[in-house]
Design a protein around this ligand. Structure first.
Ligand SMILES: [Zn+2]
Length: 355
């Protein structure tokens, strides 16, 4: 069966040819589990669920890996701020693993409601610290990382001398130099666009593991390079995620894998576009942040009614996954009508066919 995939890396639609047919390796970046699942989680969940189902329908044996980020995702992309899960644990007076499991369960419940199939493997970053330390060693040995005060950073400039940093996102290292200069001087990094592979934990930081460099924790981008290649091989077929992850997360993943193994891991990069709400980006500060539980119960001031999870799934699938999708009560109600019509038609057909 012919399948064409728009590859973000080449910016072209390409015929999909798996590396080792009939097997297909699919990796998708999963949630950082420190809060309720929301509309923003629904789109990648549903988009890659359709891809997964289609690949299986086409006869492939798919290994679908979607990670759970439970350590190392700091509050801002410049490797600064508190760990999102440690912060939630501190505020709620819980163990970090209590926070993780509470939100993993909620995420699973919401994805089940949306009829999203579970992946074959759902690895957690905190369960793969040893493998992450091994990859850091490889990157250090290859000369693309440096240690400062117990932390290890990826040397982007050094990497860019040999490889193309920015090939996925289209960013140029010179532009990064001028836009990220502000932080210079206050940081241990050689350049502000370098990123953490390992961070030394402060004395009060509770999520910490021993390593050759310090008691600390891995950088956020590392887990995906490590867990994708652990379960799918050094080179695998498809890597998916939201467009918001394209830079820096996926760009850094390419750099890490290439630095560690001398070649890239991913053959097809796929990115779903984001959901806006009444034309605005969704954000807690804007008061338009809607969790999936709120959406399904109607319990949010921006909602005129409750929406069935299947209505939400239908609404998301009405738009092309790479196009923007604007959420509004009007659009959801129209999707509800359309979905009911489709189901009525399906039932009539069944009756006609005597099934
Ligand atoms: Zn990821």
């Amino acid at each position: 069966m012919d399948l064409k995939i728009y590859n973000t890396l080449t910016r072209k639609k390409e015929e999909f040819k798996p590396l080792n047919p009939p097997f297909v390796g699919l990796y998708v970046c999963g949630p950082t589990v420190y809060g309720d699942a929301h509309l923003g989680h629904a789109r990648p969940g549903i988009t890659f669920d359709v891809l997964y189902r289609y690949l299986k329908y086409a006869g492939y044996k798919v290994r679908y890996v979607r990670n759970i980020t439970d350590v190392g995702h700091l509050e801002n992309d410049a490797d600064e701020g508190e760990d999102k899960i440690a912060k939630k644990a501190r505020l709620e007076q819980l163990e970090p693993m209590e926070v993780v499991f509470h939100y993993v369960r909620l995420y699973h419940k919401n994805m089940d409601e949306l009829n999203v199939l579970r992946p074959n493997i759902e690895p957690q970053a905190s369960g793969h610290i040893l493998e992450q330390i091994e990859m850091i060693k490889k990157i250090l040995d290859a000369g693309y990382a440096y240690e400062v005060n117990g932390s290890v950073y990826f040397d982007v400039k050094k990497y860019a001398e040999k490889y193309n940093y920015g090939k996925l996102s289209g960013r140029k290292i010179d532009d990064l130099l001028s836009t990220t200069r502000d932080l210079d001087g206050q940081s241990e990094k050689k350049n502000s666009f370098d990123f953490a592979l390992w961070k030394k934990a402060s004395p009060t930081h509770i999520m910490r593991w021993p390593s050759p460099w310090s008691d600390g924790f891995p950088g956020w981008h590392l887990e995906c390079s490590v867990m994708s290649t652990k379960y799918l091989g050094e080179v695998f077929d498809i890597h998916g995620g939201g467009m918001d992850l394209l830079f820096p997360h996926h760009e850094c993943e390419i750099a890490q894998s290439t630095a560690a193994q001398g070649k890239e891991s991913v053959r097809y990069w796929m990115h779903n576009n984001l959901i806006t709400i009444n034309g605005q980006k969704m954000g807690k500060s804007l008061g338009n942040f809607i969790t999936l539980d709120e959406l399904f119960s109607g319990n949010h001031k921006a909602l005129e009614q409750a929406y069935n999870p299947m209505t939400v799934r239908f609404f998301i699938l009405q738009a092309h996954y790479r196009g923007t999708l604007d959420f509004s009560n009007e659009a959801l109600k129209a999707a509800e009508k359309g979905f009911k019509r489709l189901m009525r038609f399906k039932n009539q057909m069944r009756r006609c066919l005597g099934r």
